[in-house]
Structures are given as structure tokens and as C-alpha cells.
Design a protein around this ligand. Structure first.
Ligand SMILES: [Zn+2]
Length: 710
């Protein structure tokens, strides 16, 4: 509930409450689920308290989890109920349905056949349903049914097990190269000291960071039989690969946690984490809110990734919160990346984080050659997006039977559709954003609101027929071009539209790894952490795209994305090649990329940020207010501006129209707040918010450390 603080209730006689208990609490006419966040003796209090209704038979949240939820709410300047709701997501999911198992009764079969013998062997451990038993024995369902009818087998309903097999840290791990071994020793020494500490595991793509953090996890699990480990990943599509690695290393499946996990399975993980039975969890950012009683290590893989920032609902950055949770739990934290964020690099430079650099690529692979293709010199033909040098390289790669990844961070077919008769741009109704053409579905789609419509035959503005033209490329359009250039090649698209769930994403990744695809056209989803052994050419269709974003991290994000994308080329024994199409080859980001000189890029970017007092040298927060009425919103923003607390070291910019000034019929305005590092920005924002009372129609959201400036 959006309440500023916890409510007081009386504990009925004999309930025996403890911190973290889940209870049924009356609120007005309703009974709601609540969590006990504090207990005190209130005998002699001057107002009667409502008694709690019941203690729920649900796992108790451990003290560290309760403290973390309250800390996160304060830090994010949100209601405690917001992070608590995330923490209880698993507890509110339906329990797994009971399953049927087939067991031996001890009755001997009247006659014996080879098929029956196979069934009886497969039924020995009593865990399979009748159809699964038939499948396992390789016989028809009739054989199993016959044995059930005869009373040789019996079917029983059992509660689905929440049990996870114990990981075995003693199993042999990968053979580490000297660089990996040194990093693993260093991080293990850090973790052996115990208590809160953070390490940055910094190594180029392919240097084998996963092996290093799995060894660290093994050490933690071996040192303490109750210890739990959490591995956070930015993309659901990456989880399966890491789950396989964990299962192989420790001989036991880890718990899997993300939005694609079915609710009953989520419930199973949640309960097993709370009981301490599930000792390794691999998951997306919300796994950070699971009720670990013995969390000893948190790994944030690809820590620089912007997907760790949750932008809607409860706004938080999972990497920052992981460090906070590590501190609360007295646990170790490993941040891993090939292109660490400037915030993390700054902490490493200052000695707050232990900095472990992996110098060489794993195995014998070399870094790819990076070429800048100057589009001013070799522009693609009209209506085409691939330049002659890139097409030539693709042809050579295909002829050698190797793979190409074309990278363009733009979903759909064309980012803009306009009428060549009247110039009207097709925009989303009640929103400022352009409609993106999707050829697969034949629709125009708003990526912001999800609105979509069939592509009209006539211009809705002037009525001209066949006047709508597609401007600019999306991945679907580049796929079309690649197919027309290389009709024999197998071409596929990977984006959140084609890989619409984790399974489909995994299928595409596996097909690419298997060599079933010659040319993969992909958005950033494929630029992360996958191993494609036969990939030797990466073409970046529009390397300038990120630089035009106009936000604080545009250059950093472009650098990270391009370094990850080009790092995909040339694994194992084949040299790779990366080609970046750009209109601005002289730009510092492009130069640093070509020279593969991360330190030069970071130094230049740090100097600019320091001069402007921007993160990591200062702190930012955004206030986004929205409402249906422009005048009311403007008046409220003026009131809010006047209510801002006057504090040294804080500057407020705005109110200004948000770049996306209109979403779903609501006008949007924003403030940007810059503060010195010494200012408690969360406390400042909370004070400010408490001073104003927005009208009912106006929503106010506070974003600490904003990543999106829209
Ligand atoms: Zn028109």
C-alpha cells in the first residue's frame, strides 16, 4: 500500500510474533497481508490498537531482508510497501499443484514380459507419473495401466517438492589460466576475511569471468554449509547459459528467478530460499528481494548493463542495491564486466572496491580488429544501410562458412513512417513518440505505450493513397537487405519482438551457436555475454545511434554496447573482425573503440563528468510529474519549485517539459536535481516531497540516479 510508514497493531495473546512474520491485518473493511517490521512493548499506550487477525502459515522474512526492504524504500524515496511487494511476489504466487507418482506396491505381477520388466525397473524410485513412467520405460501407456489395474503399481498424489539438491563445491571446476587463477585467489582471500566487501572483476569479453566467480562461489559454499549465493544477470536470455554452468560446476540445479518463471515454480524457489534449502539462485534484478537467511555472496554479472535499472513502479538500480544488500547481510559482492560503469570504476580507483583485472582472453582467441567505416566516403546506396566495405567483408565471411552478426539497436522495420504528400509523421495517439513500422505483423507500433494499428492504405491526414514511406532502418529492414544481398545465406533477426520470450530467445541463441544461422541481425539483446564460436564478423550498422541520445551516459553507453558487440567476434582459434559504420569517425568514442583503448575513453569521460559535477562526481535525481491538464500541471510544478528546500550543494533545474512531453494523454514535466556527493540526496528529496501535496490527478515519481532522461 502507498503508505509512508508501518502501522501499529496489537498482538493477540499467544500469537508469538517475531520480526518478519507474515500476518493478516485489518485495514478499514479489508484484511490485508502484512509483514511485522518491528515489535515493541506498548503496555499502557494511550490509544487502543486494532488487533492482528492471524499469523499466516507462511515463511518468515529474515531480519536482513526486512532491513533491506526498508533501506531500499528510503534510498529510492518510495513507500516501504513498494519494495515489500516485490519481496512477497513469490509468497503470493499459487502453490505448485500436487503431482501424480507411480509406486511399486510389492504385489508381484501375474505374468512377466520384457516391457513389464522395464516399467518395474523405471518405477523403482517412485517419482514418475504414469505417462512419464511409460515414456521412461519406452513402452505404451497400456502396459503401465495393466500393471496399475493388477495392483502391482499404485498412483499417489504428492505435494510438489520445494526441495533443491545441495550443491557440491568439491566437484572439479574449470582449469583456470594464470590470470583467472590470480583473480580467483584474490577474490577468495577477500571473501575468506568475511564481512562486507566488494570486488570489481574487470576483464574483456571472453576472458573467462564466469569461471572466476564460480570458483569464488565454490569457496563460499564450501566454507559454510548454510551459505547462499545469488547471481544476478541483466537479461533473461542469459540465465539459461549460466544455470547450465552452475549445474555443471556444482552438480545441482540452482533456483531460477525472473518474470518468465511460472508462478508455482516461483513459489517453490521463494520458499526454498526462505528455508535455506535453495543455496544458489540465478536470476534477474528482482531476485535481489528474495528472503535469503544466509546470503554470503552476490554476483552482479555485466554490472554496467542499463537493464539493471528498473524504471517503472518501484524505481531502483539493482547493482547499487546489491552493494547495499551485501552491506546489510555482511556478505561479499562481485561486480563483473568487460566495460565497467564509471561509477564502479571510480570506486575501484579510490580503493573502495578491490579491482581484479583479467588481462587475456580465455584460450587462444585474440581480440578482433576494429575498423571504422566512414560513411561520408562510402555511403550505402539510396534506401540501403550496408556500405560496400561491410558487404564485401560479409561476402568473404559467408564464403568461408563463418558467421556474421549485424548489430542495430533499433527494433522493427523503420523507426518513422511519414506521408510524402503532406509530410505528416505518423505518431502514437496521445503520445509524442513516432510509430515504428513492423513488417512481420504489418502494423505500426508505439514502443512506449504498446499502441498498435494496421498500416493504413491512405494518409490519415491528407487522404493521399500509397503516400506513406518508411524512413530509416530497423533490424527487420536490415534483415531484408541482407537476404537480398546473400540469397543463399540463412538470415535471422534477434530482437525483443522476434525473441518474445525466454524460450524463443534461447532457441535463436542456440541456433546461432550451432551454426544454423549465417547472418544474425540483432538489437542489443544479442550483444551480451553469448558465446558464438563460429562468429568472425561483427558489423555495427549505425554506430552513432547511441551518441545522439543526448543524455549523460550516451557516450558511456555507446562505448559499452559497441565494445560488447565487437567483443563477440573471433572466439576460440579464429581471429575476428569488427566494422563500425559511422558518420563521425573522429569522435572520441569511435577513436577509443578503434584503438581498443578503454582507459583513454574512461579518462576523457571522467574528466568531463568531474568538470560538470556529474556522476560519479556528483549525484542526480529526477522528479517526473504527469497529469491530464497542462495548466494544472504547470501550476503544481511552480508550487513544487517554490517548496524546494534550500541546501548548499544542491542545484535544481526545471521545471521543464520532458522530452516525451505526452504519454497516454498525460502531460509530463520534470525537474533535474544535481547534488554534491556529501549531500544525503534521498533525505533531501523526501523532505521536498513531504512539503507538497499534489492534486489527485497529478502523479509524482522520484528517480534517484536516473538513467532515462525522457
Ligand atoms: Zn498525407
Amino acid at each position: 500500500m502507498p503508505l509512508p510508514e508501518a502501522f501499529d497493531y496489537a498482538e493477540p495473546e499467544g500469537m508469538g510474533l517475531e520480526l518478519g512474520d507474515q500476518v493478516a491485518a485489518p485495514l478499514g473493511p479489508r484484511l490485508l497481508r502484512g509483514v511485522v517490521v518491528g515489535l515493541r512493548d506498548a503496555v499502557g499506550g494511550n490509544r487502543p490498537l486494532k488487533p492482528l487477525d492471524a499469523l499466516l502459515e507462511e515463511p518468515r522474512l529474515p531480519p536482513g531482508t526486512v532491513e533491506f526492504i526498508q533501506w531500499a524504500a528510503r534510498y529510492s524515496v518510495d513507500w516501504p510497501g513498494s519494495p515489500l511487494a516485490i519481496a512477497l511476489r513469490g509468497a503470493r504466487a499459487p502453490k505448485p499443484r500436487p503431482t501424480r507418482v507411480t509406486e511399486l506396491t510389492g504385489v508381484a505381477p501375474g505374468r512377466t514380459t520384457p516391457a513389464r520388466t522395464k516399467v518395474l525397473e523405471a518405477a523403482a524410485d517412485g517419482t514418475l507419473s504414469p505417462p512419464d513412467l511409460a515414456r521412461a520405460a519406452g513402452v505404451s501407456a497400456g502396459v503401465v495401466k495393466g500393471l496399475i489395474d493388477e495392483g502391482v503399481l499404485a498412483v499417489r498424489m504428492v505435494e510438489a517438492k520445494a526441495h533443491f539438491a545441495a550443491p557440491d563445491p568439491g566437484r572439479a571446476g574449470s582449469v583456470l589460466n594464470p590470470s583467472q587463477a590470480a583473480a580467483a585467489d584474490s577474490v577468495k582471500a577477500m571473501l575468506a576475511e568475511g564481512g562486507f566487501s566488494v570486488a570489481l572483476l574487470d576483464g574483456v569479453t571472453g576472458s573467462g569471468k564466469t569461471e572466476v566467480y564460480l570458483e569464488a562461489a565454490a569457496a563460499v559454499l564450501a566454507a559454510d554449509p548454510a551459505a547462499q549465493v545469488l547471481i544476478l544477470l541483466p537479461e533473461i536470455a542469459l540465465t539459461q547459459a549460466v544455470i547450465s554452468r552452475v549445474a555443471e560446476r556444482f552438480g545441482a540445479e540452482p533456483g531460477e528467478w525472473h518474470s518468465d518463471v511460472a508462478p508455482p515454480a516461483r513459489r517453490r524457489v521463494w520458499e526454498a530460499v526462505a528455508s535455506g534449502n535453495c543455496r544458489i539462485v540465478v536470476g534477474a534484478r528482482s531476485a535481489l528481494f528474495l528472503p535469503f537467511p544466509h546470503l554470503k555472496l552476490i554476483v552482479v554479472d555485466e554490472e554496467h548493463d542499463a537493464s539493471f535499472k528498473q524504471e517503472e513502479g518501484f524505481i531502483y538500480h539493482a547493482r547499487d542495491l546489491a552493494v547495499a544488500r551485501g552491506k546489510i547481510e555482511d556478505a561479499g559482492v562481485i561486480l563483473a564486466s568487460a566495460t565497467p560503469s564509471l561509477e564502479t570504476l571510480r570506486n575501484a580507483e579510490q580503493g573502495r572496491y578491490r579491482w581484479l583485472r583479467l588481462s587475456t582472453r580465455h584460450g587462444v582467441a585474440q581480440m578482433p580488429d576494429i575498423e571504422l567505416v566512414d560513411l561520408r566516403e562510402s555511403p550505402p546506396d539510396h534506401g540501403r544501410w550496408l556500405s560496400a566495405p561491410l558487404v564485401k567483408a560479409m561476402g568473404e565471411t559467408f564464403a568461408r562458412g563463418e558467421q556474421t552478426l549485424l548489430f542495430l539497436n533499433r527494433r522493427g522495420y523503420a523507426p518513422l513512417v511519414l506521408c510524402k504528400a503532406c509530410g505528416e509523421r505518423m505518431t502514437s495517439p496521445e503520445t509524442d513518440s513516432w510509430l515504428v513500422e513492423h513488417r512481420y505483423s504489418g502494423r505500426l507500433v508505439c514502443h512506449l505505450t504498446g499502441f498498435s494499428m494496421p498500416k493504413p492504405k491512405a494518409c490519415p491526414h491528407c487522404g493521399a493513397h500509397d503516400s506513406l514511406v518508411s524512413i530509416g532502418p530497423g533490424v527487420e529492414r536490415v534483415e531484408e537487405e541482407a537476404k537480398s544481398l546473400f540469397p543463399q545465406a540463412r538470415v535471422a533477426v534477434f530482437s525483443s519482438d522476434t525473441a518474445f520470450d525466454a524460450r524463443e530467445g534461447r532457441r535463436l541463441i542456440e541456433a546461432m551457436a550451432d551454426g544454423q544461422i549465417d547472418i544474425l541481425v540483432a538489437t542489443q539483446a544479442a550483444a551480451k555475454g553469448h558465446n558464438f564460436p563460429n562468429l568472425t564478423l561483427v558489423g555495427v550498422v549505425d554506430a552513432d545511434l547511441g551518441l545522439r541520445g543526448g543524455d549523460l551516459r550516451a557516450a558511456e553507453r555507446t562505448y559499452q554496447l559497441l565494445a560488447q558487440a565487437t567483443g563477440r567476434a573471433g572466439r576460440k582459434d579464429r581471429p575476428g573482425r569488427a566494422m563500425l559504420q559511422t558518420w563521425a569517425p573522429e569522435h572520441a568514442v569511435m577513436q577509443a573503440l578503434q584503438a581498443q583503448d578503454r582507459d583513454a575513453f574512461v579518462a576523457a569521460e571522467m574528466a568531463e563528468r568531474e568538470l560538470a559535477g556529474l556522476p560519479p562526481f556528483g549525484r542526480l535525481a529526477a522528479v517526473i510529474a504527469s497529469g491530464p491538464d497542462a495548466h494544472q500541471l504547470e501550476a503544481f510544478m511552480q508550487t513544487m519549485a517554490q517548496a524546494a528546500p534550500n541546501t548548499t550543494g544542491v542545484a535544481i533545474y526545471g521545471p521543464a517539459d520532458a522530452p516525451l512531453g505526452l504519454i497516454r494523454g498525460r502531460r509530463r514535466k520534470r525537474f533535474l536535481v544535481r547534488a554534491d556527493r556529501t549531500v544525503d540526496l534521498s533525505a533531501y528529496m523526501a523532505t521536498w516531497r513531504a512539503r507538497v501535496k499534489p492534486p489527485a490527478a497529478i502523479r509524482v515519481a522520484i528517480d534517484i540516479d536516473p538513467y532515462s532522461f525522457l
